[in-house]
Design a protein around this ligand. Structure first.
Ligand SMILES: Nc1ncnc2c1ncn2[C@@H]1O[C@H](COP(=O)(O)OP(=O)(O)O)[C@@H](O)[C@H]1O
Ligand SMILES: [Mg+2]
Length: 265
């Protein structure tokens, strides 16, 4: 087992009567970029919330399963201890503090970090995202969507995470901006930070990740090396928008795709 690997086993979570994740197991080896793909409502955000222990803020809870990071169990810890343990979650929809300045948003990300590491973390963020240095005194709400995404990622990096949990960083961005964000995710990963990347944009995610999981209605429907998933007909048709007329005819709406078909692919 590598030093800072994440291991999730049998994770089941939901909101009141709704079960949003069922028996999910996955691994993020130390230093890896792993993607979780899936359509709207597949349970991707619930997975990240369960890992960062923020499900309760959304009226949810984890019901079963274990999560270990660097050999240490995380289930049961409060969200601030998860950050101290090295996991930082960049939530869906950025969630920057719109009325606060860019600088203060970044400072807020460093609250749980050791004081000694803050200057280096800020320098790294400014190097990755020079615009955040240029706009330091502007209100975050005045930034463009792409810049707000940079700020959300930068804020998470201020805690010097060992594993970054990214929830749909490309959502709502123009293709050029999504590509820029993708480049920085690659750079962050190359600098040694592990990444668990949740995306509906499968093409983008499969370019960044070495390994990927596909979630469907809360369960892992497929997994494998990113290159293999990118080559799978099923993934290409369902997630990469590649139209194969025969396959489309084969899966009339009444047919429920079966797991075995994934493995055949
Ligand atoms: N705060 C919530 N309260 C109740 N149900 C929720 C809440 N958030 C998500 N869900 C439900 O949980 C399931 C998974 O949602 P989610 O994890 O947000 O999926 P994804 O991020 O893949 O779009 C969906 O059925 C969704 O409607
Ligand atoms: Mg989501």
């Amino acid at each position: 087992m590598s030093a800072a690997a994440l291991h999730v086993r049998g994770l089941t979570a939901g909101y009141g009567p709704v079960t949003a994740l069922r028996d999910v197991s996955l691994d993020v080896p130390e230093g890896a970029c792993v993607a979780v793909l899936g359509g709207n409502g597949a349970g991707k955000s619930t997975l990240l919330r369960a890992l960062s222990r923020t499900l309760a803020f959304h009226g949810g809870a984890a019901r079963a399963g274990t999560v270990t990071f660097a050999g240490r169990p995380l289930h049961g810890l409060p969200p601030d201890r998860i950050v101290v343990a090295g996991l930082c979650h960049v939530p869906e929809g950025r969630q920057v503090f719109a009325r606060m300045t860019v600088e203060d948003n970044l400072r807020a990300g460093a609250l749980t970090a050791a004081r000694s590491g803050r200057a280096a973390a800020l320098a790294r963020v400014h190097e990755l995202f020079p615009v955040l240095a240029d706009r330091a005194r502007q209100r975050a709400g005045l930034l463009s969507g792409g810049e707000q995404q940079m700020l959300a990622v930068g804020r998470a990096l201020m805690a010097s995470p060992r594993l970054l949990l990214l929830d749909e960083p490309s959502l709502g961005l123009a293709p050029l901006m999504a590509a820029r964000i993708a480049d920085t995710v690659r750079e962050i990963n190359a600098q040694g930070t592990s990444v668990l990347l949740v995306e509906q944009n499968a093409a983008l995610a499969l370019r960044l990740a070495s390994h990927a999981y596909v979630l469907e209605v809360g369960e892992v429907a497929a997994e494998g090396p990113a290159a293999e998933l990118a080559a799978s007909d099923e993934v290409r048709r369902r997630y990469l928008g590649v139209v194969d007329e025969q396959a489309a005819a084969d899966s009339a709406p009444a047919r429920v795709p079966h797991l075995a078909r994934w493995e055949d692919a």
